[in-house]
Design a protein around this ligand. Structure first.
Ligand SMILES: [Zn+2]
Ligand SMILES: [Zn+2]
Length: 573
């Protein structure tokens, strides 16, 4: 006989762990009503209706009980029931009863059992609880029934499970590393930015150090744009709503926009996108084919409505600045323009030390004849650059297909940043034209592209990617001079002046603290170089260099250090 193939996915294993959790809850907290318990990225959760909150001690007890259930290796058995049996079983649990009622006519209603616990579930499990090699409960949070704020608040217990203990251990180490790099924590510790609840969620206050880093990133981007013939433009933050009726954003993107502002009987909107503004600049002049491609760039700040529950540090906000540009070109120029945006994206990613990317081509759900042309241009551009890509069917923008660029950071997490979109629709809606060589008016094609995506999000990703250890070329303070005693303070200022003259960002620690304290403090500030100056350094015109991440100290003349730092900054390290 053929051995039975047991192919179990990680999701099935984790969803089975959710059943095990619900079993443990049934045993220890019989008053709690189970609702739903799916597998999610990195684990699973189960939502329970219960008046009393689950405490950390409760989670520990539940975890112990779960280990027993796993060790019992209960077989997962399913059986089909009719609706009336399901409703009878859940007569005291309105949530499960609602799920049972909502299963469409003709679809199977199934109950799955492990040991003494039975759950209404459509299936997709491990064969037995013993398949769970390691399980851990992580946290508990409130969650509305069916995600609807008008429905009852439930308690969601999050957990994770793996086939082996070693995999769980590795995941916990990863989580610890991710927590250390959390940009919300580092943003505060390094005084880079803040979100002020007084001013409203999702709106970012850039502090001097964060603004400095952002400025350096913007300068780097601007230099690349200038080389490629982009022309910077600036457009208003508030414009007449009519513009978004014409663009189709009111119709297709209303949920993502802030509500109207009324002035003199006219409705205005905070801009959710920069495109219509750039289109108006294009339209304000006649254009011949000789003008094309035209490339308008703007660090354009946009405002989008996001639910308060979804806001997250710098990566999910309500106001952000895109490194945006709109390219107006002929259909023949499309592929070439697309290719140069890919070059530009690679330049950006490599400069900031990312070398692991993924490309996603998202097509439109309702494809028109122009989608063929647009998709072909994107595919050809990717293929000419030997860049592998995956396809997301139906994930495109309402006006055309798009290419998303995802990258992996230093600890392997995936972030979606840049996007490049081909658009035949907005030129049509705004009746854009150029005079072709044949003397007739033709429609240009537009490319929308933002490569860092949003400066806020990009900065958040940079903080986490580097763990706050910004390379010297973008570090807000590149070196700090730490005198051993007050007797070297003048010398410290002298060294600082020489380094500042060379264009570096330098601080002097004037505090009366002991040297050990000063060094510890500046290490927590993640400054690339701490330059200690004592009696002998002052006498010799040297500095004692403590380099971040390097325990070996060395004493060098100030001029040597200046040259060293100059070379490092020039190499963008
Ligand atoms: Zn299940
Ligand atoms: Zn756009």
């Amino acid at each position: 006989m053929e051995p039975k193939a047991t192919v179990m996915t990680l999701d099935e294993l984790r969803h089975t762990a959710a059943h095990v959790l619900a079993y443990a809850v049934q045993d220890l907290f019989p008053d709690a009503k189970p609702t739903i318990g799916p597998a999610i990225e990195n684990g699973f959760y189960y939502d329970f209706a219960r008046d009393e909150p689950f405490t950390p001690e409760d989670l520990a007890r539940l975890e112990t009980r779960m280990h027993e259930i796993v060790n019992e290796n209960y077989e997962m058995t399913g059986r089909r029931v009719d609706r009336s049996e399901a409703l009878e079983r859940y007569r005291d649990n309105p949530f499960k009863a609602e799920l049972a009622r909502d299963i469409p006519e003709g679809e199977p209603i199934t109950l799955y059992t492990i040991g003494a616990f039975t759950d209404l579930c459509r299936g997709g499990h491990a064969e037995s609880t013993g398949a769970i090699g390691a399980v851990k409960l992580m946290s508990v949070a409130g969650a509305y029934w069916r995600g609807d704020e008008h429905k009852p608040m439930l308690q969601r217990i999050y957990g994770t499970a793996f086939p082996t203990q070693a995999e769980l251990d590795a995941y916990l180490v990863f989580l610890e590393e991710a927590a250390k790099r959390d940009h919300r924590k580092l943003g505060l510790e390094l005084d880079l930015y803040s979100i002020e609840e007084e001013a409203g969620g999702g709106l970012v206050f850039w502090h001097p150090k964060g603004t400095l880093v952002r400025g350096l990133v913007e300068t780097f981007i601007r230099e690349g744009l200038a080389e490629r013939g982009y022309q910077p433009v600036i457009t208003p933050h508030v414009v007449s709503e009519k513009l978004y009726a014409t663009s189709g954003h009111l119709e297709n993107f209303a949920d993502g926009m802030f509500g109207p502002l009324e002035v003199e009987g006219q409705r205005f909107r905070l801009k959710p996108m920069n495109c219509p503004g750039h289109i108006l600049i294009y339209k304000s002049q006649g254009h011949s084919y000789r003008d094309l491609p035209l490339r308008y760039s703007e660090f354009g700040t946009v405002y989008r409505f996001e639910r308060s529950g979804t806001l997250h540090g710098l990566t999910r906000v309500r106001g952000f600045t895109q490194d945006d540009a709109h390219l107006f070109c002929t259909p023949e120029q499309l592929q070439g323009e697309f290719e140069q945006t890919l070059d530009e994206a690679l330049r950006l990613m490599h400069a900031f030390d990312f070398d692991d990317f993924e490309y996603f081509l998202s097509t439109r759900e309702h494809r028109g004849p122009t989608d063929e042309i647009a998709e072909a241009a994107i595919r050809n551009a990717l293929e000419s650059h030997n860049l592998p890509y995956a396809i997301d069917e139906g994930g495109g923008a309402f006006y055309g297909p798009k290419l998303d660029i995802n990258l992996h950071d230093a600890i392997g997490r995936k972030w979606q940043l840049g996007t490049v979109q081909v658009d035949f629709i907005l030129p049509e809606r705004f009746d854009l034209k150029y005079r072709a060589a044949d003397g007739a008016d033709h429609r240009p094609v537009m490319i929308h592209r933002a490569l860092a995506g949003s400066m806020e999000r990009f900065f958040g990703v940079l903080i986490e990617h580097f763990g706050g250890n910004f390379p010297a070329w973008i570090a807000p303070v590149q070196a700090v001079i730490a005198p051993i005693s007050e007797h070297q303070l003048d010398y410290a200022f002298d060294v600082a002046a020489r380094l500042r003259e060379a264009g570096f960002r330098i601080a002097v620690d004037e505090s009366n603290e002991k040297l050990g304290y000063k060094i510890r403090h500046w290490k927590t500030q993640k400054v690339p170089y701490i330059l200690v100056v004592g009696k002998s350094e002052m006498a010799d015109g040297t500095v004692n260099v403590n380099e971040r991440g390097n325990d070996a100290k060395r004493t060098v003349p100030v001029s040597d250090f200046t040259e060293e730092l100059r070379a490092i900054v020039a190499a963008r390290r």
